[in-house]
Ligand binder design. Structure first.
Ligand code: ADP
Ligand code: MG
Length: 743
């Protein structure tokens, strides 16, 4: 299930600390992209992950971390627990800073506004005391917000100004202006008391901190969700060592260990049951709430719950190789990559911050030149800087994508990356494989029509299929095993996806597969016709080029198929079935499933071609499959979806994994994709609109139209800015309540 390796490149997700906005992520991307051997880099500030596609033969992870550190950000080790812990500490710190800011900002604002509202302040008779008290109240707020300054000015010095830069510049301007006014008062000019704007700086810091706090809370929630998954892995396990059962920490289990699991215990690793049977709750992996029964020979997964039976299993995959860990990794990856729509926001932000600084400076100068007071012009400067903080813009996409992938995971739908989530909202037709996708992929042998002795036919066929991963092959092997037919040794095994298998058994060339593959005609076409029309797959056996018999195999349609397909049709998405199976079998299965468009006898390259043709005709095509023969089509399609119980190759080639093997997950994934994409667009619209309206207001357009300047303008700007962030956050969180119609 390791999808992250493309030849010569590897993906690594580096957790960082200190990214606060789009401009930060752009700065990191710039620094890393410069490096030799890096082909792709995505920095996502909403979860502090930098995802890099690099060539390990040319550059090491240390070099990547080094570049990020040099750009002024921390790189942290990759451990979900530590990460969650750090997010919590971060949230706690922000909360404390926010509390300090609020405690001092309230009396400061009351003092500053009191005289305007006609309330008599104890110090207002003495401008000197009045101004000094305000300065003293403002100091703790500035200290609580010191991060804005260190980060903001650091970024400015590095030539990549961020939203922190805007806040730092805006509030510094206010404080400097306030100090100047205080100086004037002490120099004997009591009228300067009206120019005291310390309160603006304090209110700005406080309001921006409110937004930061909301954001940190949502980060804690998502890392908590990931850690919740990690917590499913039990801490200890009982293993057999030297014939005795001992309890060891779960991370000390080795592959091949025999693990004893009692009822009510969680399974500590991925492996295979060798003794006992039980109901196992796999809902954490599949979203399916009904426990499934598992017995000797079945695979079980770490983190799932053994409900009522005693089990012994052989551990096969442990720690980072388990499915559970892969899921955690995938969720982190999905959050670490960027959806194409996010790039719009990035591109805008890259020019946005410098543009705002220029607009602010230019409007200030214009007002000064047009004869307005210094106070007025400085207030305009501060307002523009503060109102344009692009935090809402930066939050718009990552937050919706994070909520959307989480939502999908709840239904057992795992998106490997953010762009897949976005693409899933735009699908117009879905190509589905038959065996293992529309059907359960647990076929059973139903009829045998043999030219030779029946048991001999099955012994030969099973020998040929021993090495096959195909569901049909497994059906033949398990039939032989079930009927105590001893399976003969074989050699020279060759599998031809979409056709069948070939090998040498008893020194004879044996082939098992479909009619074209075998190349010899069956003696009894009537039989074949009847079985196919019942939806059975007919597999032929030839020995030394001679037709030897046929085996009919029936595979029941998944319970979820009919309703899944009808949901797709209702959504206006066209289902198409492709299969390597014969026409008759394909038609009869398609009729039950409710699919009209059927393409039978499709080899892997035909599946690929069908996808390409659909794409050329303007369709956005999703491909759903489970087998090796589906892998090329999965890769070619706009959205490859693999059935969770399918082959590793299909899972590796797909963008989405349907953990619960449920056909209804297909429309559900598209529903969630659409909802997420819609949400991102709403968020971007909210953020853009807000800036389009507010910047001109702050720059002084209303005064041109004859309205009065209010000294509280910078504060209103800060309030408006926070409001826009909060509305974007609230809108993204709305997605949490989304329910796909099909499930
Ligand atoms: P689908 O596209 O429906 O998943 P495949 O492409 O995997 O089906 O297989 C197409 C056909 O090729 C099967 O219906 C069967 O006739 C034949 N076939 C493929 N693999 C095998 C095998 N291992 N043993 C026997 N027949 C096979
Ligand atoms: Mg298949």
């Amino acid at each position: 299930m390791d999808y992250s390796e493309v030849s010569g490149t590897e993906r690594v997700n580096l957790k960082t600390n200190g990214m606060t906005c789009v401009a930060c992520s752009l700065a990191i991307e710039k620094a890393v992209r410069k490096l030799d051997g890096v082909s792709e880099v995505n920095a996502n500030f909403s979860n502090n992950v930098v995802s890099v596609l690099y060539d390990p033969s040319r550059i090491g992870i240390d070099d990547l971390s080094g570049a990020i550190r040099k750009a002024g950000y921390d790189v942290l080790e990759d451990d979900p627990d530590a990460l969650a812990e750090r997010e919590k500490l971060n949230a706690a710190r922000i909360k404390k800073e926010l509390a300090v800011s609020i405690i001092f900002t309230i009396p400061l604002s009351v003092m500053a506004m009191g005289p305007m509202l006609g309330i008599d302040m104890p110090f207002s008779s003495s401008p000197k005391v009045y101004s000094v008290v305000q300065l003293v109240l403002c100091m703790p707020v500035l200290i609580a917000g010191k991060r804005f300054y260190t980060k903001g000015y650091h970024a400015l010095a590095a030539g990549t100004p961020t939203m922190d830069t805007l806040i730092a510049l805006g509030t510094t301007a206010a404080v400097v202006y306030g100090l100047y006014a205080t100086f004037q008062i002490f120099a004997g000019n009591p009228h300067s008391v009206h120019s005291l704007v310390y309160d603006s700086a304090a209110v700005i810091i406080t309001l921006v901190s409110v937004g930061k706090y909301a954001e940190s809370r949502s980060k804690v929630k998502t890392t908590d969700a990931v850690r919740g998954l990690m917590d499913l892995a039990p801490l200890t396990a009982n293993v057999m060592r030297d014939g005795k059962e001992i309890t060891i920490p779960a991370d000390e289990i080795c592959a091949e260990d025999i693990v004893v699991i009692r009822p009510g215990e969680r399974i500590p690793a991925d492996g295979r049951i060798i003794e006992g049977s039980s109901s196992v709750d796999e809902s954490m992996l599949t979203g399916e709430s009904m426990p499934v029964s598992r017995r000797s020979g079945d695979a079980v997964y770490g983190g799932t719950m053994n409900i009522n039976g005693g089990l012994k299993m052989v551990a096969e995959k442990i720690g980072k190789d388990t499915v559970l860990f892969q899921i955690v990794r995938m969720i982190q990856d999905a959050q670490g990559t960027k959806a194409p729509v996010a790039r719009i926001a990035d591109r805008v932000a890259a020019v946005f911050v410098p543009a705002v600084m220029i607009i602010a400076a230019v409007s200030c100068v214009i007002w000064l030149l047009s004869g307005r007071s210094v106070e007025f012009s400085v207030l305009v400067l501060i307002s523009v800087l503060v109102i344009s903080c692009p935090c809402a813009l930066g939050l718009a996409t990552p937050l919706a994508i994070t909520v959307g992938t989480g939502k999908a995971a709840e239904y057992g739908i795992l998106f490997k990356n953010a762009s897949a989530l976005e693409r899933s909202g735009k699908i117009t037709s879905v190509v589905l494989d038959k065996t293992g996708t529309i059907t359960e992929g647990k076929p059973k042998v139903t009829d045998i029509v043999s030219e030779i002795e029946e048991r001999e036919l099955m012994a030969v066929a099973a020998a040929a299929e021993m090495n096959s991963e195909h569901p049909l092959g497994r059906a033949i092997v398990s039939y032989a095993e079930g009927n105590r037919i001893s399976i003969l040794p074989s050699s020279d095994f060759i599998s031809e996806p979409g056709g069948g298998v070939r090998c040498t058994v008893n020194g004879k060339h044996t082939a098992v597969g479909n009619a074209d593959f075998i190349g010899s005609e069956p003696n009894d076409p009537e039989h074949v016709f009847k079985m196919s029309s019942e939806g059975k797959t007919v597999v032929f056996v030839s020995i030394d080029g001679e037709y030897a018999g046929l085996i009919a195999i029936s595979d029941s349609i998944r319970d979820s198929t009919v309703s899944g397909i009808s949901s797709l049709i209702k959504m206006g998405i066209k289902p198409i079935m492709v299969t390597g199976d014969a026409e008759g079998t394909a038609r009869s299965i398609a009729a039950v499933a409710g699919i009209e468009d059927v393409r039978a006898k499709a080899l892997p390259e035909d599946k690929l071609r069908i996808i390409k043709e659909l794409q050329v005709s303007g369709e956005n095509v999703a491909m759903v499959g489970d087998g090796i023969n589906d892998a090329p089509a999965l890769t070619q399609s706009d959205l490859g979806m693999a059935i969770g119980s399918g082959t590793d190759i299909a899972i590796g080639a797909a963008d989405v994994i349907l953990m619960n093997d449920d056909v209804r997950s297909i429309p559900a994934a598209m529903d969630i994709g659409k909802a997420t994409l819609g949400n991102v667009k709403q968020n971007l619209f909210l953020a853009f609109c807000y800036n389009a309206v507010c910047i001109p207001i702050a720059a002084g357009v209303p005064y041109v139209l004859g309205m009065e300047m209010i000294p509280e303008m910078p504060m209103l700007a800060a309030a408006a800015m926070s409001l826009s962030s909060i509305s974007v956050v609230a809108n993204a969180l709305r997605l949490r309540g989304f329910r796909p119609k099909s499930i």
